[in-house]
Design a protein around this ligand. Sequence first.
Ligand code: DLZ
Length: 506
Amino acid sequence: MRLILILGDQLSHDLSALRAARPDDIIVMAEVASEAGCVPHHPQKIAFLFAAMRKFAAELRAKGHTVAYATLDDPDNSQSIPGELLRRAADHGATLVIATEPGEWRLIAALSDLPIPVTQLPDDRFLASHAEFEAWADGRKELRMEWFYRDMRRKTGLLMEGDQPAGGQWNFDHDNRKPARADLLRARPPRFEPDAVTAQVLDLVEARFPDNFGRLRPFTYATDRAGALQVLDHFIAHSLDEFGPYQDAMLQDDPFLHHSILSPYINAGLLSPLEVCQAAADAHAAGKVRLNSAEGFIRQIIGWREYMRGIYFLEGPDYTARNVLGHDRALPPVYWGAPTRMNCMAQAVGQTRDHAYAHHIQRLMVTGNFALLAGIDPHQVHEWYLAVYIDAYEWVEAPNVIGMSQFADGGVVGSKPYVSSGNYIHKMSDYCGGCAYKVADKTGPRACPFNLLYWDFLVRHRERFERNPRIGRAFATWDRMDADRRDRIRADAAAFLTRLEAGEVV
Ligand code: DLZ
């Protein structure tokens, strides 16, 4: 007798472990406190996964599989994945577990440590296997996503004309940096009323996780593949064409803009990355979607998403502990919704609280930028992102946060730290108009904190970044400022950081 393990982010009917299943195998799925509580996940994230797991289990049963499913409130539930495997193995006399390799070192180790044999099959829902990524990385002085992405374009044939990229260019980023106008006619992602299964899960989550940061209701995410496909179709038909130019824009009253909101479904396994990209490429081929939009979208998935996973597994289990900049300030309460006078932070965190979602620029250039400039402990930043975003799993979140956003890996992911003064946020959003601080003020009581902290960060880390070709020139600007101004900036930054540490409203 054998057990087949399906984790909450492995809800794909062609999962390698399911392909290996025989008719008499027992499929094990479990809602467990050890996963739901390893960081304080957003209630909508827990509800999304539990509802999707229950529906996936029902689909498997309808196909004839035997599923041993533990709900969180099952009194016999041992509340951990290893515990549930051992319990089910004892119940059924199983002697072997077949799993698809989890997306987190912690769980890979937990499965390897089980007292019964476990076969961990490769997760081939990804385009690049570990061996392929290692071979690609081997011998390169510097790893850069762009080169990897081009290989993935060649491998998939997406937006390729023979061996050349469609339109003669691999990357259309220069067309894709427009601020957005407020537009009441912009399409919104479809909303799904909770059905009976989801409603029951919502009640369970409300009762069990009352103190987790984030609103549980209204809950409007799809929780099965059919719903996820509707979101995909809607995105391709109504939003993808404008996604490209406005993908970096931020608007106060529009949390989603032209973003697809497909990452929760792709990362949980309800949609495959390739089918999503193929739909975008087909829409372009049919003349419905401009090339820079299709290319920008496809790059996020077969480029960035795959690259993040490659880095996570290449760098090893200690990756989330890296902190080359020695940042040690505690994550301030504003990340958990405490009042702030910084409108951009209030908007990005408020939208995260309401939807368990923020798009990549809000994550990178608002909350991430602030944490880096303020010298927050990157491990705490990593745990926050892992907890609050509905699409966050360690294999994708850690390289994005520890690497790209916090530069805590010393430049494995990014060739420079992603830092900016208030100007970038002002250019790309409508946040600054409604802010208590003034983005035009570089010093003084109303100076935008990003303006102060930007220089303070660079000066603190001058030795490391001065010779960096992508950011080094900023030091020449700093050196040209008169000494009084430089002193004022540093004194105002220090005062701001003192207030932040004291827990004052900043
Ligand atoms: C994220 C998550 C949560 C909140 N809960 C569960 C759960 O109860 N059962 C489960 O099988 N998976 C859950 N997950 C997803 C796992 O944490 C995920 O499989 C690992 O982090 C590896 O990506």
